[in-house]
Ligand binder design. Structure first.
Ligand code: ASP
Length: 324
């Protein structure tokens, strides 16, 4: 059983009920989600995929941290599947008046909300809500503190699969503020489950994760040595919201040591792809020439985000026995 915070993410029949973390999710279930997501991918310029799979279903987006891509793509994904969508600006809602997250859950459940999409800066909120949700209700994480960002992990995996056609034998380098990154944690979990041969962490000492995390990853403090022969280079933003101002490095010095420039990218394999979950800080972790260059798949990641979120929404509703 795929448990997260004491909550099973799968129903007894193995279907997906909640998506809180990729940790422990069976490989077959992840591969199935990627296959399903691929079905919703359409080339840019063509109309997006649409269906009525979620007709009669209500999806609530509850975000307490800023978001552009994740929030918009969850909303578009739900609408393109025919759901009703409510976006709750949690800062403006009753939570600031002291209403607990659970009271917010019960209120929205009473309004026939079926799926909660939650981004929260507090670890544990997602698991708490999922543990108290009514049996027909699903909780999807849109980012949990520094801990987990499962739909980002899935869209990253889908992007690698489309570009490389496989996971085995690949070398993935995750570069930058790994310590504070939920994107890095979900990427590590999904790539490890899917059989990526080598996952490297490249970070300054202050941004290295604790020793007991990222088991099996080689750790590099030198970008040059870490990038050598990598197939996938995943760049990360410095998570300044998760550190004191004093801990934020000098941007120019950081770029000199850890910024991805065309010269440094040339150390990776010639067909290496460059990924970034965005928002990007050009000139801090990545040069514009690389971000907009021929090896960048950063915009493809965004497009894949919708397909993955459609797949996850459709999976949790299909698994409960269809739309309302
Ligand atoms: N958008 C990603 C996240 O929500 C990455 C970032 O913010 O740096 O974690």
């Amino acid at each position: 059983m795929s448990e997260y915070d004491g909550v099973s993410q799968l129903r007894a029949d193995g279907s997906l009920r909640h998506l809180l973390s990729l940790e422990g999710l069976p490989r077959e279930r992840i591969e199935w989600l990627l296959e399903r997501a691929q079905r919703y991918v359409r080339p840019l310029g063509e109309p997006p995929a649409r269906s009525n799979e979620l007709a009669g279903i209500t999806v609530a987006n509850l975000f307490t941290e800023p978001s552009t891509r994740t929030r918009v793509s969850f909303e578009l994904a739900a609408k393109r599947l025919g759901a009703d969508v409510v976006n709750l600006e949690v800062q403006l809602s009753s939570r600031v008046k002291g209403e607990s997250m659970l009271d917010t859950l019960f209120t929205l459940e009473a309004l026939h909300v079926d799926v909660f999409v939650i981004r929260d800066s507090e670890p544990g909120v997602h698991g708490l809500v999922a543990a108290h949700a009514a049996p027909h209700v699903s909780v999807l994480s849109a980012g949990e503190a520094h801990v987990s960002h499962p739909t980002q992990g899935l869209l990253d995996a889908l992007t690698v699969l489309q570009c490389k056609g496989r996971f085995d034998g690949l070398c993935v380098a995750i570069v930058g503020d790994v310590r504070h990154s939920r994107v890095a944690r979900s990427a590590y979990q999904v790539f490890r489950t899917l059989g990526v041969a080598e996952i490297r962490i490249i970070a300054p000492p202050a941004f290295m994760p604790e020793e007991n995390e990222f088991a099996g990853c080689a750790r590099f403090t030198s970008l040059r040595s870490g990038l050598k022969d990598a197939d996938v280079v995943m760049m990360l933003r410095i998570q300044k919201e998760r550190m004191s101002q004093a801990a934020f490095p000098d941007p120019d010095r950081y770029f000199q040591k850890y910024g991805l420039t065309p010269e440094r990218l040339a150390l990776a394999r010639p067909d290496a792809i460059v990924m970034h979950p965005q928002p990007m800080n050009r000139g801090i972790e990545i040069a514009s020439d690389v971000a907009d260059g021929p090896q960048s798949v950063i915009r493809r990641q965004v497009t894949n985000g919708i397909a993955v979120r459609m797949a996850v929404l459709s999976a949790v509703i299909e698994g409960r026995g269809g739309a309302a």
